[in-house]
Ligand binder design. Structure first.
Ligand code: 3EB
Length: 312
């Protein structure tokens, strides 16, 4: 008979993709976000953080895992009112809860991200509210406080953000071949997207890196339009540049799978082929999800996290 290892007692904050309904809940140990995002292939669960701490639900639609040195959490907000106002409210709470910590990574799931029915695209509305909250909290040097992030679409009537923050300082890293997103020109919206390309936390030799959602953007321009395999090639080039800037190899592993967001599920095999031909990941280390990408001309976005001391 197989001897299963005892369940360790350390709580985690987890995301389950492919859920029938978006919902926050807890089991006897863990905080869990079920996300109504189609899961296409690979591991269907992601661990945002795993550390000793307490689960706290300070309000409906808010769940935190609070430890001494780390804080993880999620916010699920219904769509009542304008999306910029909803994003502003969510980020005000997020920044209030993380006061005294440093934000390492935020994952944003934005409803109908490319929809323009209110006169401004939902992603651009989201950027307005997010920027306003960072500006209110940090003032003119807000860009020194912007975490690694991703913002992709969610076909659901909720705005969802997840985060991990650390008590120790976080270093934010940019890609020298991409304009920092917070400096994007106004053609991308009235307020720029508030994020850094990557973040680093932890002591020398044991650092942890979070790489933001990365796409086929050079300078500030989208490339490989209409050609998802080409977009994968440019995206992997960007991931390589960011990895070199971080200073230690970051690649997907089964313990920390990369996430690949596809606008069109029908691109799955082309994108899997493009990744395999460049030896990026394996079936156990790549999670494929269907999500609209924040720029409507882009079809694919990739993100990952890695530890410096993790076994290979
Ligand atoms: C880009 O690089 C493409 O708005 O938080 C990637 C990562 C993207 C994060 C965000 C957006 C965000 O501009 C999209």
């Amino acid at each position: 008979m197989l001897d299963l290892p005892p369940l360790h007692g350390i709580p985690s904050f987890r995301v389950r993709f492919g859920a029938a309904e978006t919902r926050l809940h807890a089991d006897s140990r863990d905080g869990i976000l079920d996300l109504k995002m189609p899961h296409l292939a690979g591991p269907a669960e992601e661990i945002i953080g795993s550390f000793p701490g307490q689960l706290i639900a300070p309000a409906a639609g808010t769940l935190l895992l609070a430890g001494e040195d780390r804080l993880a959490g999620a916010f699920v907000r219904p769509l009542r009112g304008a999306l910029d106002e909803i994003a502003l409210g969510l980020y005000r709470e997020l920044l209030a809860h993380t006061r005294g910590f440093h934000l390492a990574r935020v994952w944003n799931y934005v409803p109908d991200i490319n929809c323009e029915s209110t006169g401004l695209e939902n992603y651009r509305r989201f950027n307005l509210g997010r920027w306003q909250a960072f500006n209110d909290a940090f003032g003119p040097d807000l860009h020194d406080h912007l975490p690694a992030a991703s913002a992709v679409g969610l076909n659901d009537d909720r705005l969802v953000s997840l985060f991990i923050a650390t008590r120790s300082p976080v270093q934010y890293v940019e890609n020298p071949e991409q304009v920092p997103a917070w400096k994007y020109p106004a053609d991308y919206g009235p307020k720029s997207p508030s994020f850094a390309r990557a973040s680093l936390s932890g002591p020398a030799g044991h650092r942890h890196a979070w790489i933001s959602g990365t796409a086929a953007i050079k300078g500030h321009e989208s490339t490989g339009i209409g050609d998802p395999a080409r977009q994968v090639a440019v995206t992997l080039d960007n991931l390589g540049i960011i990895t070199r800037a971080l200073g230690f190899p970051c690649s997907p592993s089964s313990g920390s799978p990369a996430k690949v967001y596809l606008r069109h599920p029908s691109d799955l095999s082309v994108i899997q082929g493009a990744l395999a031909s460049r030896s990026f990941g394996s079936p156990e280390s790549l999670t494929f999800l269907q999500a609209d990408i924040c720029r409507r001309e882009l079809d694919v976005e990739i993100e990952l996290a890695a530890s410096e001391s993790a076994p290979v």
